[in-house]
Design a protein around this ligand. Sequence first.
Ligand code: SF4
Ligand code: SF4
Length: 316
Amino acid sequence: MRWIEISPGFACNCRCSGCFSCSAEAGAQMDWAEVQRWLYFGRERGAKHLWLSGGEPTLRRDFRKTLKLAKHLGYERIKVQTNGMLFAYEGFAERAVAAGMNEVNLLLKSLDPKVHDALNRTPRSHELLTAGLEQLRLAARDAPLRLEGDFLMTTRNWSELPAVVAHYADRGLVHFNIWLFSLVDQGSRDLRRLVPKVSDCMAAMVEASDVARAHGATLCSLNTPHCMVPPSHWSMQFNAAGMDLAVVNPGGHVFMLEKSSIEQRVYVDRCDACAVRKWCHGMRSDYLAVHGDSELTPVSAEAAAGVDPRGSVLEI
Ligand code: SF4
Ligand code: SF4
């Protein structure tokens, strides 16, 4: 194990469409003793890096205690995945950095506050994210702090992707992850209308990757099989297994990232003829239930010749 992702609780101050945290039981929280146990567990199993997720990890009373202990135990990269809202409050970012946080992944939805707030189902979430980023940039002047963006791609925002990458790369973000909207955690709501067809989005994704590169940043796509991405841009393919990351959820559920329900793993018969079958993670079943499998087209040996199909891990 190189990374451990600890989700200490599913409580959140946003109610994003399609997020499990909105439907998780309010009581699904680790106590501090449990958080400590998992921090020690990670180091004992060789994890060098911590990814603190949720829910919204900044809401927890033991947020800074967790960062401090992680630093004390020798975790090198201490990443916080967040909607960024609490960082808007003066001193919050500075104190988190002093406690040990050295990476932040901000949840990005749209440059349009109305779209962002609507997808988050939380008024003012865009305003607070913007203010939070400014505070994080101030904190980054005095300490090493890597800023990344997680873009959740839906039918409502995919066309903005290159502009979002340009906007945030101009504001110091050095890496972007594209997460394809998933129905896995939609609960009783029917959110199929939000799942974009990847072939519709691919030109924007390729452009966003080029925009990132032009800014000296990098970009990964986490949920797209190789046949949907031009070989010229396979470097954007996320290699989940390459992370060697164990996820720990409240209740002690532990699994490797590549076994997560939002990883792909579904193939069709014609995949057997695909030259990159060995490296492709397949497609998610919830996506195939909405859009069918007509986009899955075996990659020929000629198309794959001379291109590294392994993709990237978030170790950049
Ligand atoms: S901010 Fe993150 S954890 Fe909170 S509801 Fe949105 S996606 Fe879920
Ligand atoms: S055809 Fe199948 S194995 Fe090949 S890239 Fe597409 S999903 Fe992956």
